[in-house]
Design a protein around this ligand. Structure first.
Ligand SMILES: [Zn+2]
Ligand SMILES: [Zn+2]
Length: 249
């Protein structure tokens, strides 16, 4: 068997990864040439980080957490010359899913995620909208609920699903090993972690999920949080006041 060189990635500030040579062990043949590219699009008054991510080979894209401001998401689709293939959801909070029904309807997109334990949040979307002063948002049922260890695809990209309850019971995280990139929703932020004072929030479960599901992915993993700037797991392990290693002996 031919031993292939390990790929090297360059990562510029528009979020483009470029592979310089070779392939990573574990990539499927179909994935060999595809790279993950993305654009972060803050949406809603909560400036939620909707992420348009796509496969460089097929230019097929997923809208992750389309909370609202669909015109901005559709503009990014046009700007990057990609075609929407599906909607991926991290959890059922309005600022993350509020634009889902409308975007899915306009472009005939399937909805994947979150975990079924967030069904009650999605069922409460009309009440969430009223509480937060958002435009009315209808409840919906995703075509596919996600669970720990599931795989989701975008074009030829393959992302892993981690179930990280605590902020909400059905929160999931998407991880693309080849790009060393995770989309973590409201689980973890630069310098903070998700709120747990909502119905069925669980602080201990959230800390456990971060330490057992995210840290093992590696200190060099960059992550896109649901709000605010990107960071890496290593940086948070050193400095995050809620989950830094020094607080856990
Ligand atoms: Zn949330
Ligand atoms: Zn949020």
């Amino acid at each position: 068997m031919v031993k292939l060189p390990v790929a090297h990635f360059l990562w510029d500030n528009r979020g483009r990864f470029s592979r310089r040579f070779g392939r990573l062990p574990g990539l499927t043949a179909a994935e060999t040439l595809s790279m993950l590219e993305y654009q972060i699009i803050p949406v809603t008054p909560f400036q939620q980080n909707c992420t348009l991510l796509w496969c460089s080979e097929t230019r097929r894209a997923a809208a992750v957490d389309p909370g609202g401001d669909l015109h901005l998401i559709e503009q990014a689709v046009r700007d990057n010359g990609v075609e929407l293939e599906k909607i991926l959801l991290t959890h059922g909070h309005l600022d993350h899913v509020g634009g889902t029904v409308e975007l899915a309807g306009r472009h005939r997109l399937p909805i994947e995620g979150p975990h079924q334990d967030d069904q009650f949040w999605i069922d409460m979307l009309p009440q969430q909208a009223q509480m937060m002063g958002f435009a009315a948002s209808a409840a919906f049922k995703p075509q596919r609920w996600l669970a720990q260890g599931d795989i989701v695809t975008v074009g030829e990209l393959v992302l892993e699903v981690r179930h990280c309850p605590g902020h909400t019971p059905g929160h999931v995280v998407f991880f693309h090993p080849a790009s060393k990139l995770a989309l973590v929703g409201d689980v973890l932020f630069q310098g903070s972690i998700g709120r747990t004072d909502f119905p069925r929030g669980d602080h201990a479960a959230l800390v456990h999920a971060i330490r057992e599901q995210l840290w093992p992915l590696g200190d060099d993993i960059a992550f896109i949080p649901g709000h605010g700037p990107m960071s890496t797991f290593g940086h948070e392990r050193r400095t995050n006041p809620f989950v830094a290693d020094k607080h856990y002996g």
